[in-house]
Unconditional design. Structure first.
Length: 110
């Protein structure tokens, strides 16, 4: 169980880095914010890429499991940063995605 918590926490931080790396340029383009946000976004995306390499399993399996956490974090971002209420469908989808992540990430070693 502790291993699942560590994997999920690393995926959570990774997802925040990816979302931030995309959100900052979006602010510069769509909201007319500082162009320096492109640099901060690039640094965040580089951190995201590096964090994906910290997982001990095959890249494809890491990306598949990460996708489940990304969905949940993106919905959390929607609620916390953008202030949009989540629906029960959002919550059900996030729960299913996280269950899928757990199944993929915690499979027995071959």
């Amino acid at each position: 169980m502790m291993e699942l918590i560590k994997v999920a926490a690393l995926f959570f931080v990774t997802a925040v880095a990816e979302i931030l790396g995309c959100y900052l340029p979006w602010l510069a383009i769509r909201e007319g914010k500082s162009s320096w946000l492109f640099l901060a976004g690039a640094i965040s995306l580089a951190a995201f890429s590096w964090m994906l390499t910290l997982h001990p399993t095959a890249a494809g399996r890491t990306y598949a499991a990460y996708g489940g956490v990304y969905i949940a974090v993106a919905l959390l971002w929607l609620r916390v940063v953008e202030g949009i209420a989540l629906t029960r469908w959002d919550l059900a989808g996030a729960a299913l995605a996280l269950a899928g992540m757990a199944v993929i990430a915690m499979q027995p070693s071959a």
